[in-house]
Design a binder for this molecule. Structure first.
Ligand code: ADP
Ligand code: MG
Length: 253
């Protein structure tokens, strides 16, 4: 009974961060972070450059480690146990500002590499899945090209498709549109909106406030390694509480 109750909680909560602190050497980069993300929630994280947004996101899939407090992702606490890390990485997809595609592999190969080698999916099945997600991001016809032959917006959509091929339960985005030319931003945001509408749990670091207003359940504002303020988008934008949030919004809106 106790176990069943625990299962239920861990299934509703996608990410739970409690009293988390992180240092880079002497530098205290994340300060007392507390945050709960329910399954299916879509969170936008914003804040000035250097406020710790990327570090926070990277801690959630253990590209960085924290020194204090607790991070539980999909029911697994992040510790130094390698098995934990593998499990979490396979359930958490990440899309970066600079797409990070393998330049010497085709789009299809980029999408099948991890499923074949990490998940041990048979090649044919991995290719079918890849084509499914490339179709979903509306570029199936690019499958046999190389990343360098695609536009930035197309490459970022490949990066999203590649993540989806691992069937993640949570997607993390770190400024996915900030390296793109303006005319390509929309096609990537549209892909993300579609994912959100399908119920994917998403954490997005972005300054695309139109996106935040359209899909976020909650906007989190960070400054100097802390969560300064969080609220549902309408309140956050129309009625920011802290002076730091007001200043930030006045600079970006
Ligand atoms: P943001 O994504 O909000 O711009 P980051 O998380 O990238 O912020 O960085 C937060 C702070 O940590 C910055 O001051 C940055 O210079 C510093 N920082 C980031 N990565 C490292 C690192 N690997 N080693 C030392 N300092 C770092
Ligand atoms: Mg960053």
């Amino acid at each position: 009974m106790a176990d069943a109750a625990k299962m239920q909680i861990s299934d509703e909560v996608a990410i739970q961060i409690t009293g988390m602190n992180k240092w880079y050497g002497q530098f205290h980069v994340l300060r007392d972070i507390n945050m709960t993300v329910q399954r299916g929630e879509r969170i936008v994280i914003c804040g000035p450059s250097g406020s710790g947004k990327s570090t926070l996101i990277r801690c959630i899939n253990r590209l960085e480690e924290h020194q204090q407090g607790q991070i539980i992702v999909d029911g697994t606490e992040l510790t130094n146990d390698l098995k934990n890390i593998d499990k979490v990485r396979s359930e958490v997809g990440m899309v970066f500002q600079h797409f990070n595609l393998f330049p010497h592999l085709t789009i299809l190969e980029n999408c099948t590499l991890a499923p074949i080698w990490v998940r041990k999916v048979p090649k044919k099945e991995a290719e079918e899945t890849a084509m499914h997600f490339l179709t979903k991001v509306k570029i199936p016809e690019q499958a046999h090209k190389y990343p360098g032959q695609l536009s930035g917006g197309q490459q970022q959509r490949v990066a999203i498709a590649r993540s989806l091929c691992m069937k993640p339960r949570i997607m993390l985005f770190d400024e996915p549109t900030s390296a793109l030319d303006p005319e390509m931003i929309k096609e990537v945001l549209d892909t993300m909106i579609e994912l959100a509408e399908e119920g994917m749990t998403m954490l997005c670091v972005t300054h695309e406030m139109g996106f935040a207003q359209a899909v976020a359940n909650r906007v989190i504002f960070m400054d100097q390694g802390q969560i300064v303020e969080q609220n549902e988008p309408k309140e956050f934008f129309n009625n920011p509480k802290s002076e730091r949030t007001k200043l930030f919004l006045s600079q970006i809106l």
